[in-house]
Design a protein around this ligand. Structure first.
Ligand SMILES: Nc1nc2c(ncn2[C@@H]2O[C@H](COP(=O)(O)OP(=O)(O)OP(=O)(O)O)[C@@H](O)[C@H]2O)c(=O)[nH]1
Ligand SMILES: [Mg+2]
Length: 393
């Protein structure tokens, strides 16, 4: 078997105070005595790593770390080394000593978990030292936590099940819209035209989702209308990315100069699907002829503005671009057709599907050599803004 490289493994680091039992838990999980265990505080000084298959989750690497509550000069080094580990941590286990709970360092490192967007689980160790009433009270107080004795085999087996469950749930969530292209503390500008098409008194869902995503990742967002954009950009200075509503793309493009620019729909197409394959779908348009069959696939059944885009707007613009009428099928709902006798599939933005489902659909198309693209991509293409809006990717 080819060994999974370190970079492709989910990095799971164990943090906690000295003597909480981190090394004991680490050894129990990996099933070997790799890290030194002792009742002397500060036994582990440097991080210890071990690769393993966490079945059924997949390839991971566990990292045992030095206690957070180390003092003096060593304490400073500890902070530095912890920072370094945090930058490479995909998931954190925070280990408390249930017989000697100290929240101080947990609350401190929790800030870093939030800052670096690291999902974590709290684990209470040494529950064998508590009496029944104490354990019940502890469980009541810390609902989402896991309770173990790190040196008890049955507890560790159960712990691995619970950990796998938490990790899998995390992996199912869609990736961030921008965190891989805009750094922590970076700046983005959202351009939101307030015209007759803007709903009264609120923002639309993609705008809200992007704002939330930016907040989750410590990215500063500035929200402006197109009419104040030029002045606003002067105030803000350097920006990492400008995101505009597609309708205003041309105007915004002329105002932002050399600043990176994209549209909301391209960001969502990228988050939910695969830009390269969607781009191949766009290239397939030039091979279409009067006999070509096009499927327009809409996954949500209740959004009439989307329906209008799929049923009316896209066919009209596409026919106009080609100079002849294509044969369109329009399908709605959750079932992806098994009959893929089409020359092009144009899929909706899949706001109601998760990335995994969308990638499944894409791979069915690839296997059957049927080009696929999505609403956001084709509208950008038909409005001649596609190239500019995917430049930064
Ligand atoms: N009773 C009991 N003792 C435990 C348990 N887990 C660990 N210990 C003991 O707690 C002490 C500290 O364990 P370690 O695993 O070395 O703790 P650590 O968090 O790695 O400590 P540092 O490396 O110093 O930060 C040892 O004496 C372990 O035997 C447990 O579940 N129950
Ligand atoms: Mg240790």
């Amino acid at each position: 078997m080819i060994d999974t490289p370190l970079a492709n493994r989910t990095h799971i680091a164990i943090f906690g105070n000295r003597n909480s039992g981190k090394s004991t838990l680490f050894n129990s999980i990996v099933g070997q005595d790799i890290s030194i265990v002792s009742d002397v505080k500060g036994t582990t000084t440097d991080p210890v790593k071990k690769k393993m298959e966490l079945i059924p989750f997949g390839p991971v690497v566990f990292i045992d770390t030095a206690g957070l509550d180390d003092e003096g000069k060593l304490g400073e080094l500890r902070v530095k080394s912890t920072e370094k580990i945090l930058r490479n941590t995909d998931f954190a286990i925070y280990l408390h000593d249930a017989s000697n709970i100290d929240m101080e360092y947990f609350l401190e490192i929790k800030k870093s978990f939030l800052r670096f967007s690291i999902p974590y689980v709290e684990v209470f160790n040494k529950v064998d030292l508590l009496d029944e009433a104490e354990l019940i009270a502890l469980k009541k107080e810390h609902g989402g936590a896991i309770f173990v004795s790190a040196n008890n085999d049955a507890d560790i087996l159960d712990f691995k099940f619970q950990l796998t469950d938490v990790l899998s749930k995390n992996a199912e969530e869609d990736p961030s819209l921008i965190a891989d292209i805009v750094p922590y503390n970076g700046k983005i500008v959202l351009v939101v035209p307030i015209d007759s098409e803007a709903p009264k008194g609120r923002l639309i869902l993609p705008q809200v989702q992007l704002l939330r995503d930016a907040l989750d990742h410590g990215i500063k967002s500035y929200v402006l209308r197109d009419t104040e954009l030029e002045d606003g950009l002067d105030d803000i200075g350097e920006v990492d990315l400008v995101i505009t509503d597609s309708q205003a793309f041309k105007k915004v493009s002329s105002l932002v100069g050399s600043r990176p620019l994209t549209s909301f729909s391209i960001l969502f197409a990228r988050q939910k699907g695969d830009l390269n394959i969607y781009m191949d779908g766009i290239k397939a348009i030039e091979n279409l002829n009067k006999n070509s069959r096009v499927l327009i696939m809409e996954s949500c059944t209740h959004n009439h503005s989307h329906e209008d885009i799929g049923r009316v707007k896209i066919p009209r613009l596409l026919n106009k671009k080609l100079g002849f009428e294509l044969n369109y099928d329009f399908k709605m709902g959750n079932d992806f057709p098994l009959d893929l006798d089409y020359d092009l599939i144009i899929h909706c933005g899949s706001c109601m599907l998760n990335k995994k489902t969308m990638l499944n659909r894409i791979s069915i198309c690839v296997e059957n050599a049927v080009p696929i693209t999505n609403y956001g991509m084709i509208l950008a293409y038909l409005n001649n803004i596609l190239e500019k809006s995917i430049e930064i990717f």
